[in-house]
Write a protein that binds this ligand. Structure first.
Ligand SMILES: [Cu+2]
Length: 146
């Protein structure tokens, strides 16, 4: 059916510019979305492609806390590396999951669902693990030194 509104639309399109201008605009939009998509890379599990954090520029690692526990629960780390763990709290973790403890680092934080909590630490030298747990040691995660 040829409704008046459809005709109107067609008229508006032809008024908005030539085909070439529209193509140029689309091209510009595509370029924009490509350049802004760069910040959304998935975290890699291989440490080889990760630049170790330094005191000047600690590596940030996002950790979700939910009824699934800590995600990721195992984080690769370099001995002596500076890290910032960024904990995002989901209410499904319960009130106990709101507490995050790194016993060996003497660090403790109370998480909020409103915004992520950052915990800065320097990994020890040598091998082993730096564990982090919930307030009652039920949810567990670890930074694996390798
Ligand atoms: Cu707990």
């Amino acid at each position: 059916m040829n409704t008046p509104s459809k005709n109107q639309k067609r008229h508006l399109v032809s008024m908005s510019g030539s085909r070439w201008q529209q193509a140029a605009l689309l091209g510009a939009l595509a370029a924009l979305s490509i350049s802004s998509g760069g910040g959304c890379k998935k975290a890699t599990s291989s440490l080889e492609s990760v630049t170790p954090g330094t005191p000047q520029a600690p590596r940030k690692v996002a950790v979700q806390v939910s009824n699934q526990g800590f995600t990721p629960a195992r984080i690769p780390g370099r001995p002596g590396e500076s890290l910032v763990l960024v904990f995002s709290y989901n209410k499904s973790a319960g009130e106990c999951g709101r507490e995050v403890v790194l016993p060996a680092q003497n660090l403790r934080a109370t998480l909020s669902e409103d915004k992520p909590s950052e915990l800065a630490l320097t990994l020890p030298t040598g091998t082993g693990e730096v564990t982090f747990t919930c307030g009652m040691n039920m949810l567990r995660g670890a930074i694996i030194l390798e």
